[in-house]
Design a protein around this ligand. Structure first.
Ligand SMILES: [Zn+2]
Length: 175
């Protein structure tokens, strides 16, 4: 049995019922090298594939550790993260169907004989990376930079927030 780091499944070999797969991937394997965090250790994915006649689904979890800087005091911290996923695979996408609205539905080519979970798992991993990770000192209220950083943070979040009043103004201008 060979260990592969990319999240592929040979559909010709996949048996009816449930089969569980485990992958240990690197950030490079999952095309995550450009993410703004350092992954420490393998990105571990455990997924159970269910095949029932033509119906195929995958359910699983990816766990990983990232090295980031505390959003408040800039101290380096390590965070253990995980994401869970559930995908349904369908072959032969009908014409005119976008299929993009439902991110749990993955279309396969009609003659596909390999399934690659890499792109889907990558998206889920990226979504779970915390925007504002904080260190334990901050969480327990003992971070020495608490006041400064909260001020900076509230300013930043004010800038990022869309003000509903602007939308109302825009609507007025467009009429
Ligand atoms: Zn901190």
């Amino acid at each position: 049995m060979t260990t592969v780091s990319v999240l592929t499944i040979d559909l010709n070999e996949l048996e009816e019922g449930g089969t569980t797969f485990t992958w240990n991937s690197s950030a490079e394997d999952l095309d995550l090298s450009d993410a703004e965090v350092e992954f420490s250790g393998p990105i571990r994915t455990v997924a159970t594939l269910h095949r029932l006649a033509d119906t195929l689904s995958a359910q699983g979890q990816t766990t990983y550790t990232i090295g980031v800087s505390c959003a408040r005091c800039d101290e380096p911290i390590e965070l253990s993260c995980y994401t869970t996923f559930h995908f349904v695979f369908q072959k032969d996408k009908p014409k005119g169907v976008e299929g993009d609205e439902d991110e749990t539905l993955v279309w396969l080519d009609v003659d596909a004989d390999e399934l690659d979970l890499g792109k889907e798992v990558r998206d889920y991993v990226l979504l779970e990376i915390p925007m504002n990770p904080v260190c334990k000192e901050y969480e327990s209220g003992t971070c020495p930079n608490l006041v400064d950083v909260e001020k900076a943070e509230s300013e930043a979040s004010d800038r990022g927030k869309a003000d509903p009043r602007w939308d109302a103004l825009k609507a007025l201008k467009n009429t």
